[in-house]
Write a protein of this length. Structure first.
Length: 167
C-alpha cells in the first residue's frame, strides 16, 4: 500500500495523495486498466477501481481532495494563532498566579474568554497537539530527598556495583 509509509491526514499528505489520484486519472484517460494503474502507482486494486468509477462519473475533479476528514475546526487558524500568542505570555498574564503551568482546563477557559466558544477538553488537546505542544509532567521530589547523599552514592558506590555484573 502506497500510503502506509507516510500515513497521516495532514495537509502535505493530503496534497500528495491527491496528486497520486490525479496521476491515476491521467492513466485512465490514456486507456490503462485499474489493475495496471494499481501496479504502477503501488496502490490497492480496490482503490484503483473506486478511483476509476469516480473518474468516469465526474472526471479528474471527482478525485480532488475533499479536505480534512471530520467536522470543521471550531477555531480558525487566525484564532489559534491568537491563542498561541496568549499562551506564550504565560498563565500569570492570564490571571493564574498560583503556578506557571497551562492545563487543558485553563486553556479551555482561555478559549471561552477570548472567543466566546465552549470546546471539549479533547478539542483543546487536539488543537494544542497540532500547534506543536506536548504533554509535560512536573517533577515531584520527596521532601526527605538528600542531594548530597545521592551524589555520593552515584560517584563512589554505584560504579563498583555497576562493574561487578557478570560478563
Amino acid at each position: 500500500m502506497r500510503y502506509g509509509d507516510g500515513g497521516g491526514v495532514g495537509p502535505q499528505q493530503r496534497t500528495r495523495r491527491e496528486q497520486v489520484r490525479r496521476q491515476a486519472a491521467r492513466m485512465f484517460a490514456a486507456g490503462m486498466s485499474a489493475p495496471q494503474v494499481a501496479a504502477e502507482l503501488e496502490i490497492s486494486t480496490k482503490s484503483a477501481y473506486a478511483w476509476r468509477r469516480a473518474w468516469k462519473a465526474g472526471g479528474e475533479q471527482a478525485l480532488a481532495s475533499k479536505g480534512a476528514p471530520g467536522p470543521d475546526p471550531v477555531l480558525s487558524e487566525a484564532q489559534v494563532q491568537k491563542l498561541i500568542a496568549k499562551l506564550d505570555q504565560g498563565p500569570a498574564a492570564a490571571g493564574w498566579d498560583e503556578d506557571q503551568r497551562w492545563t487543558q482546563a485553563r486553556v479551555r477557559t482561555m478559549i471561552g474568554r477570548m472567543f466566546h466558544v465552549t470546546v471539549s477538553i479533547a478539542t483543546v488537546w487536539e488543537m494544542l497537539r497540532r500547534a506543536g505542544y506536548t504533554p509535560q509532567q512536573p517533577i515531584s521530589r520527596a521532601a526527605e530527598r538528600d542531594e548530597q547523599a545521592i551524589e555520593h552514592f552515584k560517584r563512589y558506590q554505584w560504579p563498583p556495583v555497576k562493574e561487578s555484573r557478570a560478563g
